[in-house]
Design a protein around this ligand. Structure first.
Ligand code: IPD
Ligand code: CA
Ligand code: CA
Length: 261
């Protein structure tokens, strides 16, 4: 296999995601060890760490020259996206995992020289596997997803966490003008929901690269937009704001809400 046989890498990545999901499912009956990270709302379980360690071990075995950027820090401390980098969130939606045992996802984005090549988001309990290989379209399980149609604010369902509405008054006008809001508690699932045409946009004022690395590849493959809320290119090496939207709606969000404030 050559270093960048993307079909092969995508298949292996999907297999690893499914194996990781089985480990998570098998653990659901066990008692969980929960720790706080930065604050009591920032949870981590031993499964978050175990799953990331699983990816780390398997990737190192098979793709020795690939690098890993993972939420739980088992990969490398990267300052650039040179080479091939797997950006991994072993469990996105840990609070849901702990409280609800559902609505959490495994998120894997694979980049080459900072260009997104493969995006995988697996909603474990719903058994929904979202995948994209750059230039080959995006899929939900075995069904090809259609390109995203234009959407407009008045008819839009927008995923946003209520905390951001309280914190940033620019969000008030957005909430008033759109058709409705939703909050699923997993950034990866929220981005996948736009990809699957279930919502029209997703806004967060603080996400880390592993929350959106896979979603960005899937959304862009479908003609959707993903930038910071301020309209800048996403940065895969640091945390920031994120605006994901269907075409048309993206420009409205930028013009009507974010730029005018
Ligand atoms: C979190 C989830 C959540 C988002 C947070 C993320 P985690 O990821 O995606 O929906 O609002 O900003 O940190 O900690 O469950 O992997
Ligand atoms: Ca996350
Ligand atoms: Ca996580």
């Amino acid at each position: 296999m050559s270093n960048n046989d993307w079909g092969y890498i995508a298949n292996r990545a999907k297999e690893l995601v499914r194996e990781a999901a089985k480990l998570i499912k098998d653990s659901l009956k066990d008692e969980r060890t929960i720790e706080y990270k930065s604050n009591p709302n920032d949870l981590v379980t031993e499964m978050d760490r175990k799953i990331e360690a699983f990816f780390n071990e398997e990737i190192n075995k098979e793709f020795q020259e690939h690098l890993i950027l993972g939420e739980e820090g088992t990969g490398q401390d990267l300052e650039t996206l040179n080479g091939i980098v797997w950006i991994i969130d072993p469990i996105d939606g840990t609070t849901n995992f702990v409280h609800q045992q559902r609505h959490f996802a495994i998120s894997v984005g694979i980049y080459e020289e900072a260009v997104g090549k493969i995006g995988i988001i697996y909603d474990v309990m719903a058994d929904e596997l979202f995948t994209a290989v750059k230039g080959e379209g995006a899929f939900l399980n075995n069904t090809k997803l259609p390109k995203l149609n234009e959407a407009n604010l008045k008819e839009a369902l927008i995923a946003i966490n209520s905390g951001w509405i309280v914190e940033d008054t620019r969000m008030l006008s957005l909430v008033k003008e759109c058709r409705g809001t939703r909050s699923y508690g997993s950034a990866a699932i929220e981005i996948a929901s736009v990809a699957a045409n279930r919502t029209d946009a997703y806004i967060s004022l603080n996400l880390s690269p592993w929350d959106f690395a896979a979603g960005a590849i899937i959304i862009e493959e479908l003609g959707g937009r993903i930038t910071t809320v301020e309209g800048e290119q996403i940065n895969l090496l640091k945390a920031g704001t994120i605006c994901v939207a269907k075409p048309g709606l993206y420009e409205q969000l930028q013009e009507l809400i974010f730029k005018k404030g």
